[in-house]
Write a protein that binds this ligand. Sequence first.
Ligand code: 0O2
Length: 221
Amino acid sequence: KQIHQLTAVRKELTRFMLSYKFGLDEINTKLNILQEEFEHIHDYNPIEHLKSRIKTPESILRKCQRKNISITQKSIKNHIKDIAGIRIVCSFISDIYKISEMIQGQQDIKVIETKDYIKHPKPNGYKSLHLILSIPVFFSDRQEEVFIEIQIRTVAMDFWASLEHKIYYKYDGEVPAHLVEELTTSANIANQLDEKMEFLHTEINEAKEDKHAESKLNFLP
Ligand code: 0O2
């Protein structure tokens, strides 16, 4: 009897985790379409790279304990909204908002929550745009809504966040004050770089548009 029970639990867990995998597959397809469309039509790709991940059952349980969430499928599904996550890395800050609008404009996607840590950075300097989305997944016998967390950031924000994440884990959350200070300073430097790059990007685009308008004028009799 116990073996039957265990098999049933394992099947249930597999179905649960699969729903997130399918949700991620759907969003990844949408993002691939956007990328290809941009490359072919606009001759430009706002996405530098993207990465998706599904939290392991162990990490889900750890988060439940940390946040005092009861360990039932329903409660985990409703309270842990980053079981499936995608990180989109762009070259320029303006691309972040363009991509966010394109995603939010898709009919089958519901936006549950937006956290703009670019306009309102965390005290340590963390910047990124977070969206919690809900997307329908169609199974053979039912339809399910799953939450997906999308983090959109620039290359510089990503560089900073991955180093900060490593340092945070190395010191088990108790990062020495001088390192916290250094990290905040480097977040400011990363931000300055982003602003400079955005400025150059706008200049280049304006120059391109002027050239385009000029060549149109040359066609006039
Ligand atoms: P991992 O390993 O990247 O998945 P919650 O999601 O409920 O724990 P909160 O505050 O509601 O917490 O979520 P928030 O602020 O949207 O942050 C969730 C994720 O954003 C984190 O996931 C990180 O990936 C990233 N993040 C947030 N703050 C920081 C930060 O200060 N530094 C870095 N490097 N990343 C950050 P996880 O689950 O913590 O980690």
